[in-house]
Design a protein around this ligand. Structure first.
Ligand code: G3I
Length: 337
């Protein structure tokens, strides 16, 4: 009898040490936000990948298949298949799908023309919005309407929509999107916009505040948070930024999180990376207006980083073999508390 109870105590101790009995995504949900992952087209059709996504996500986003060049390579051909597959997978597994992105300066189709008149560009914008948002009404509940609309100095980026329509292209897109699906949450997504006091972050806050004051429909701001261990990280600056958005009724998504480091000596940076990941999940748990924390991919194997930042990587919480890293276990432990 005594032996059995000692074994049970040991078993319980072992279980509570190795796992809290909650999935990563349920731990996040209990802390008040959705955990999520950006996925490459069709990656979730592999059952091993699907298992990991189901464990970790209540919101999924496509890494590429909703962008113009992939979705609509020419004016009349719409490649819906990849998006439809993602929605089916999400529906079957109790996940939301986020649209990324309606308008951006990269990955555009060749037929988008900087020679368009304002009227032609507005018509193209409207057609894009209404075609997508009518098709996915009730199925996609959150949209990155415009991605990366600011320069580092806080001026507006002169993308093709700005150049053809003018600075009001963003409010035009928001108004049309809201008119097409009034229930959809409309986000503006950006990088390097997380620190209060940073020129781009302040410009974006003032811009969104002005939209709100003028009654333009906007629900949220995405902070991509592609971080790098080589740059400074000040939790308090992010906290203060989140809070000023809360004061004007704006939700936040940590929308594309990854934390890269030099790959020649990762051991030197892993502790710092872990602290920063933990800090982000802690900020999300602390602030009710942070609605989601989405990592840009899940395994280092498919990450975009080595392609754009040679010599950098190891940015995600699963290694290239699909194994949980210590950083994943640390974040999960926090979410389990
Ligand atoms: O689809 C073509 C394929 O047909 C072709 O053979 C191949 C050859 O290079 O390219 C394929 O397109 C690639 C595409 O990803 C799909 O895999 C592009 O070259 C490649 O540039 C593109 O990279 C994506 C990048 O956005 C493009 O700007 C990354 O996967 C994607 O992770 C990245 O995501 C962005 C977010 O949307 C916005 N925030 C920054 C983030 C990282 O750059």
């Amino acid at each position: 009898m005594k032996k059995i109870s000692i074994i049970s105590i040991l078993l319980i101790a072992l279980l509570s040490f190795s796992s809290c009995g909650k999935s990563f995504r349920d731990g996040a949900k209990e802390k008040g936000f959705n955990a999520g992952i950006a996925l490459g087209a069709g990656t979730f059709l592999d059952p091993n990948v699907a298992k990991i996504i189901k464990e970790n996500s209540y919101i999924v986003v496509s890494e590429n298949c909703m962008k113009w060049a992939n979705l609509r390579p020419n004016k009349t051909f719409w490649n819906w298949n990849d998006v439809d597959q993602l929605i089916k997978f999400a529906d079957e597994n109790g996940m939301q799908v986020k649209w990324h992105t309606l308008f951006w300066h990269r990955q555009n189709s060749n037929f988008i023309s900087s020679n368009w008149t304002r009227e032609e560009a507005l018509a193209a914008m409207d057609e894009h919005i209404t075609t997508i948002m009518t098709r996915y009404k009730g199925k996609i509940k959150e949209y990155d309407v415009v991605n990366e609309m600011f320069e580092e100095d806080g001026t507006m980026r002169k993308n093709v929509w700005y150049n053809t329509i003018g600075p009001d292209y963003i409010e035009h897109a928001l108004i049309k999107a809201h008119e097409t699906d009034p229930d959809a949450k409309l986000y503006l997504n950006e990088y390097n916009n997380e620190d209060k006091g940073n020129r781009k972050a302040d410009a974006m806050f003032n811009f969104v505040k002005d939209l709100k004051e003028r009654g333009i429909p906007v629900d949220g701001v995405g902070m991509q948070l592609h971080l790098d261990t080589s740059y400074s990280y000040v939790e308090e600056k992010i906290r203060r930024n989140i809070k000023r958005y809360a004061e004007i009724g704006i939700d936040i998504s940590f929308s594309e999180v990854d934390i890269r480091m030099p790959t020649d000596n990762p051991a030197a940076y892993e502790e710092m990376q872990k602290e920063r990941y933990l800090s982000l999940y802690k900020l999300a748990a602390e602030n009710p207006n942070v609605k989601s924390v989405i990592t840009w991919g899940w395994t280092d194997k498919g990450s975009w980083i080595p392609g754009e930042f040679p010599g950098k990587g190891n940015a995600l919480m699963y290694d290239a073999d699909g194994k949980e890293k210590p950083v994943y276990k640390a974040v999960k432990k926090f979410l389990c508390k």
